[in-house]
Design a protein around this ligand. Structure first.
Ligand SMILES: Nc1ncnc2c1ncn2[C@@H]1O[C@H](COP(=O)(O)OP(=O)(O)OP(=O)(O)O)[C@@H](O)[C@H]1O
Length: 405
């Protein structure tokens, strides 16, 4: 099997390897490997098996226009990781299409996070308030005060006063003690000496955040999502800002847990519809994983139909690039950033056209290959809705067939 993301390891294709399990411990190699698919020859025939290294941490992107198979491919990775030892796949599922992973032992959770997992500086942005305005600065101050009071008890969130915006985060630790609830933060806002307008606006925005249902002072630690079988964070129907808060808390929590030695497995965070999270409060944590995740062993894979909406760092830091068909110029241009470094030739001209076909760039071996992504063994819930398959269409077809005229 050819293993993407693994250098200096023999890629010999041994007899019997074809029948290998989806997540294969390669023949002649004890290293955990996720079976991704097969080489695709020009005549459309499938060649040797191709896998992805799951032994070390990686950063990856999966691109493709709508309906070309991105979510499906992310599911293939999650399935394979479910079988690889020592890793913890976590799928961020904004569209609710990964429930089928429960057939691979996965569990689907409606995630909640502790309010103190979001640094004070990020709260105004999270709630759509200007951090320099009355309500925004009040909120920032109140959350920071709550954090520093607990900090005096030894649980200070060192990121609480970091106003560096959507760049790399300063080191923080996940506070082990009780988090303030949103209601208690609202009480602090009400008791502050800020002007009434600012207090009212801050309280209203906090009420809005409470209505999202993702904040819970007693939420389990973020490391609880890291298990051998996939954990699917079901964010379908959850507002975008709330989903971003969840992703920030989870991404940062996993990173901190690995840095602090509190998590034995190597987490793989698989983010679908990733463009929605860059430019949100989740971005600093995603950037941290992209730029510093490998040393503590945290992997990040971002799938998106809008590569152009991702920051350059998402591509420049990725050692694995899987791209299905793309047509928009801005999105194809993102690929150019990958090829300038080491690829001769034009990646855009090599993009495959069929669903489930992908061009894969492997940084470890500095090569690009066309693949057919293997079929899922768990159900995939994605795919474009068809008007012809709606209940209304079916009922109208039945009605017509029963029409006596
Ligand atoms: N490797 C594959 N083998 C077989 N079928 C596939 C494969 N990849 C995708 N498909 C089929 O193509 C359809 C679209 O795939 P998928 O939902 O992953 O697209 P997508 O790129 O994530 O789309 P969207 O942007 O709308 O989320 C699915 O119904 C799936 O069954």
């Amino acid at each position: 099997m050819h293993v993407l993301g693994r250098d200096a390891v023999s890629d010999d294709h041994s007899p019997g390897d074809d029948a290998a399990h989806d997540a294969t411990v390669g023949v002649g190699s004890p290293l955990p490997t996720v079976r991704l698919g097969s080489f695709l020859a020009r005549d459309g025939s499938a060649g040797a098996a191709v896998g992805v290294d799951a032994d070390g941490p990686h950063a990856g992107v999966i691109f493709g226009k709508r309906g070309t198979g991105k979510s499906y491919t992310l599911g293939v990775l999650a399935e394979g990781l479910a079988d690889a030892g020592g890793v913890a796949p976590i799928v961020v599922d904004p569209m609710g299409v990964f429930g089928g992973l429960s057939a691979a032992g996965g569990r689907v959770v409606e995630p909640t996070v502790r309010p103190d997992a979001i640094p004070a500086a990020a709260w105004p942005d999270l709630l759509g308030l200007d951090p320099t305005g009355g309500a925004g600065s009040l909120l920032w101050r109140v959350v920071a005060d709550a954090a520093s009071e607990r900090g005096e008890a030894g649980t200070l969130d060192r990121g609480a006063t970091d106003a560096s915006g959507p760049s790399d985060e300063s080191a923080t630790s996940t506070p082990p003690n009780a988090s303030p609830s949103l209601a208690s933060i609202r009480d602090r806002v009400a008791a502050s000496d800020a002007p009434p307008d600012a207090r009212r606006a801050a309280a209203n925005h906090l009420r809005l955040a409470e209505s999202w249902g993702v904040f819970d002072a007693d939420a389990p630690p973020t490391t609880s999502v890291a298990a051998g079988s996939p954990t699917v964070l079901d964010l379908a129907g959850v507002p975008e800002r709330a989903s971003s808060a969840v992703l920030r808390a989870v991404a940062r929590g996993l990173y901190d847990a690995r840095v602090d030695g509190d998590l034995d497995r190597l987490p793989w965070l698989l983010v679908d519809e990733a463009h929605a999270f860059f430019g949100s409060v989740a971005e600093p944590a995603l950037r941290t994983l992209l730029t510093r995740g490998r040393s503590p062993g945290v992997s990040l894979v971002c799938a998106t139909q809008r590569p152009g909406a991702l920051p350059s760092v998402a591509v420049s830091q990725s050692d694995l690039l899987i791209t299905h068909r793309l047509t928009a110029e801005r999105d194809v241009a993102r690929l150019a950033e990958a090829e300038t470094t080491y690829l001769a030739g034009n990646l855009a001209s090599r993009l495959p056209t069929g669903t489930g076909e992908a061009l894969v760039v492997d940084d470890a071996t500095e090569t690009a290959h066309t693949l057919r992504i293997r079929e899922r063994r768990t159900p995939h819930d994605g795919g474009s809705p068809r008007a012809s398959r709606t209940t209304a269409a079916v009922e109208s077809a039945i009605g017509e067939s029963e029409d006596p005229r």
